[in-house]
Design a protein around this ligand. Structure first.
Ligand SMILES: Nc1ncnc2c1ncn2[C@@H]1O[C@H](COP(=O)(O)OP(=O)(O)OP(=O)(O)O)[C@@H](O)[C@H]1O
Ligand SMILES: [Mg+2]
Length: 338
């Protein structure tokens, strides 16, 4: 549905987007991640024909965003970072206005206006001036105008920015409910949101693509090797943590066992395997054969947040204690956002 090839955007001095390529299939819901100034908004603006790329190419539903922008615009709904709402217009007036701009007329227009009022839960403010709406309601009106012409593709630039937790949940549910009929790209800084809403993520940093994959694969890849959390308990009275640890580290393929938690007659270890080694079976056997209880054994998944920090190097020392020390990344000067 969307293909991006070597897409590049240069402003006077900055290369905001630097040869990025990815593709998104129909019906996908994709999280677009990156630190401030990474180039998310710039990419979205090119996809929505707001301005042309400096180099490279992007197509939406097979149409070139530069050469066939009319066709592209018809198929795209865009929620910009700061929705350009006309503050002196009533909600319903504004939606009719946008609907007409997008080619809707007569009965069809009225039907779509009613539909989005309902769908975005803004029917109760339809006669209110946009300037008098709360931030959350404005955001919903922004979403309503994005979907009014029932576009195939939705491009949402931080749809939940500035909302309270309840509104974030509502907006997230709304976006999820739209996922079936639409292909969606949404940018956000809220990583759990991506884990909950998106099947895939695209991560960019300083204009460059650093990852595009499913959340699941990213987690596996970032880990590199299998890592499991294992809870071991004492069956009889005898239970010494160093003994257990030493036993775990003796298993073939295990590179390290780290104590994560300790309680009376039991402990949790994180066991890391060397790359390419599967150790779960041997691990379970060793524990049971040593006369200990195996209370739990589960993969130690990396959170998307850890992956994000690892890939973008924006970490300022917030890594979990068990990560081997790396060179400290140079702190970046906060970028002035034009
Ligand atoms: N109109 C502009 N003129 C010059 N530079 C710009 C302009 N818009 C953006 N930039 C620069 O391009 C880079 C990418 O900005 P962009 O707004 O695309 O980032 P972003 O990923 O959306 O960031 P944020 O998370 O803060 O919204 C930044 O360095 C920014 O300063
Ligand atoms: Mg942005």
């Amino acid at each position: 549905m969307i293909t991006v090839t070597d897409l590049t955007k240069r402003y006077a001095r900055t290369t905001a987007v630097d040869h990025i390529s990815f593709s998104i299939s129909k019906g996908d819901i994709v999280g677009f991640l990156g630190p401030n100034g990474a180039g998310k908004t710039t990419t979205m603006r090119m996809l929505t024909c707001f301005f042309p790329p400096t180099a490279g190419k992007a197509t939406v539903a097979g149409f070139d965003v530069f050469e066939q922008s009319l066709e592209v615009r018809r198929r795209i709904g865009y929620l910009p970072e700061a929705p350009p709402l006309y503050l002196e217009m009533e909600t319903i007036e504004y939606l009719r206005f946008v609907g007409r701009l997008k080619g809707l007329t007569g009965d069809r227009l009225e039907k779509r206006v009613d539909f989005v009022l309902e769908r975005c839960a803004i029917a109760d403010v339809k006669a209110k001036l946009l300037g008098k709406l709360s931030k959350g309601y404005r955001q919903r009106v922004g979403l309503a105008q994005a979907i009014i012409h029932n576009p195939d593709v939705l491009i949402l630039d931080e749809p939940t920015a500035g909302l309270d937790p309840k509104q974030i949940n509502e907006t997230r549910d709304l976006i999820k409910s739209l996922a079936g009929d639409h292909t969606i790209i949404l940018s956000t800084h809220i990583l759990p949101e991506v884990e909950q809403t998106c099947e895939r993520v695209i991560i960019i940093n300083k204009g460059k693509l650093v990852a595009t994959d499913s959340v699941h694969n990213l987690q596996a890849r970032a880990r590199g090797a299998e890592s499991v959390l294992v809870e071991v308990g004492a069956r009889t009275g005898e239970f010494a943590i160093p003994v257990v640890r030493a036993r775990l580290e003796k298993i073939t393929g295990v590179s390290r066992a780290t104590l994560k938690e300790e309680f009376q007659n039991g402990a949790v270890f994180e066991v890391e395997a060397s790359k390419g080694q599967l150790v779960r079976g041997d691990l379970a056997r060793a524990i049971v054969e040593s006369g200990w209880e195996l209370n739990e054994l589960r993969p130690a998944a990396m959170s998307l947040e850890e992956i994000f920090l690892q890939l973008t190097g924006t970490d300022a020392g917030a890594k979990s204690a068990d990560t081997p020390p790396e060179e400290a990344p140079t702190p970046e000067a906060p970028e002035a956002n034009a």
